[in-house]
Design a protein around this ligand. Structure first.
Ligand code: FAD
Length: 455
């Protein structure tokens, strides 16, 4: 028979259960990607992600062609397109990765109903987007873990499959129409330093990082200037790399590898929270606050935060890295988010939206739930901690290299003064075209505690 493989957040040939299983059981396979306008109208087709996606599709198509096949691209409502392609080749099965977000699960339900009406089967594969499927492990009496440490303990005990190889040969039935692949060149407004996408690039990056940097990851992952993290997040977001395979290839690799695997567990943790509580994408997960400041009531501060002109150098450096690369170091995400949600007391959704507009790895489970974690509305067990940007700068950028890299106005400053330019004598300070702090840190913390106390 013929099978259709619908690619979603799994744009890869290696360790891809839907593709693997179709290749094993069918005589011919249609590898299908649908550009669904619903994604665009919901504001999720940010230029950086569209460009990265174009790279991923081009690389997937090239890999399929090496194996005798090709990628079929269609645009339109995903259910209609899948049904049309399946009917055109009279497929008996459609394979897809299990969805985690509300959008993906609704897509799955609609697809199942539509296909079953035509007597075709939808085969849904678990542990494709995450290493451990949401709901596979649960605490006694609950449907998901709200605290990371016990989740990790259970997660580490789950038996995982060994990675599946890429299929060797595939045959696409004749006469299946495809639209041209989207190309990166068509996308305007991307970050100038945006990384390249695609499975080949992801595999190269992981191999290099594992060889050179993984062993010391636990010691250097928070070093802003050292940039010692894997930068695999966009590959995990688009599924050009498989989380199961990454865990597998990091097993028994020492403390650096263990720390890396723990981060992959964080990713699964947020996915299982979102799967159990889909409304926590934009609503407070645990603690509710209704006194947030808004882009209207804090217009000047929100604008300065977005532009990287808050007067706090490490905050500004991180916000400019985001603009320039479409990516930000995790430590930067933590301290810029804390600055917006706690020090400025602006609604976390304002920050989450800005991140989603720029991040090449931007996604609902990781972005929204990390924002909630930082804002104290989510799963942080210490929701009232506030990160002080000067302390954070001194600790994670002790020589000021990260600040000087991204805030060229401060290039002339050395040592820890780079984190507190306001301490310069006025005459000298006037020589730097850099704003003064937009908020007094002590007052910011006091406002946060006051507002919290009343809620
Ligand atoms: P590494 O340190 O090399 O970690 C390896 C992988 O583990 C990452 O690629 C990522 O998939 C996963 N991971 C690491 N930390 C986390 C975490 N805290 N939560 C979930 N997964 C994690 N990550 C996203 O993928 N998309 C987002 O939209 C996103 N938004 C964030 C917003 C805020 C406010 C914060 C604090 C964090 C956010 N993160 C997000 C998590 C984290 O910052 C990034 O995954 C990480 O910086 C990516 O860099 P890396 O690949 O070099 O990570």
């Amino acid at each position: 028979g013929v099978s259709v493989v619908l690619f979603t957040s799994n744009l890869r040939l290696h360790d891809n259960p839907p593709l693997h299983s179709a290749a094993r059981t069918a005589d011919a396979v249609v590898p299908l990607f649908v550009r669904d306008p619903a994604i665009g109208s919901a504001g999720f087709d940010a230029p950086n992600r569209r460009a990265f996606l174009a790279d991923c599709l081009a690389d997937l198509d090239a890999g399929l062609r090496e194996r005798g096949a090709r990628l079929v691209v269609r645009s339109g409502d995903v259910t209609e397109q899948v049904c049309a392609v399946a009917a055109g080749v009279d497929a008996d099965q459609v394979h897809v990765a299990a969805g985690v977000s509300g959008y993906a699960r609704r897509r799955e339900e609609r697809l199942r109903a539509a296909l079953e009406a035509e007597r075709r089967r939808l085969c849904v594969h678990d542990a494709v987007v995450t290493a451990v499927a949401p709901g596979e492990i649960t605490p006694g009496g609950g449907d998901h873990f709200a605290v990371f440490t016990p989740y990790l303990r259970h997660w580490l005990g789950v038996p995982m499959r060994g990675p599946l190889g890429a299929p060797r040969r595939l045959r696409v039935p004749d006469g299946v129409r495809s639209e041209p692949l989207p190309s990166r060149a068509e996308v305007s407004g991307l970050s100038p330093g945006l990384a390249a996408g695609g499975e080949s690039e992801g595999r190269r990056r992981f191999a290099r990082w594992r060889r050179d940097r993984m062993a010391a990851y636990h010691e250097h992952h928070d070093d802003l200037a050292g940039d010692a993290t894997s930068r695999l997040s966009p590959h995990l977001h688009f599924g050009t790399l498989s989380p199961v395979e990454l865990v597998h290839r990091s097993r028994d690799g020492g403390p650096g590898a263990d720390a890396f695997v723990r981060q992959l567990a964080w990713r699964d943790f947020h996915h299982q929270v979102l799967a159990a509580r889909p409304q926590s994408s934009w609503s407070d997960y645990r603690t509710h606050h209704d006194r947030w400041r808004t882009p209207r009531s804090a217009a000047r501060e929100v604008e300065a935060w977005r532009a990287g002109r808050t007067g706090y150098p490490v905050v500004d450096a991180a916000m400019r890295q985001l603009q320039h690369e479409g990516w930000m170091h995790n430590r930067g995400r933590l301290l810029t988010a804390s600055f917006l949600a706690k020090t400025l007391y602006v609604d976390w959704r304002v920050g989450a939206r800005h991140f989603l507009d720029l991040l090449v790895d931007g996604d609902i489970p990781n972005n929204q739930l990390n924002w909630q974690w930082v804002a104290g509305t989510g799963t942080d067990t210490r929701p009232n901690r506030v990160l002080n940007p000067v302390v954070q700068g001194r600790r994670y950028d002790p020589h000021g290299e990260y600040v000087r890299r991204w805030v060229p106005e401060l290039q002339g400053l050395h040592g820890s003064l780079v984190h507190e330019p306001w301490r310069l004598p006025p005459a000298e300070r006037a020589g730097y075209d850099y704003p003064g702090p937009i908020v007094d840190l002590t007052e910011g913390v006091a406002r946060f505690r006051r507002s919290r106390g009343k809620e």
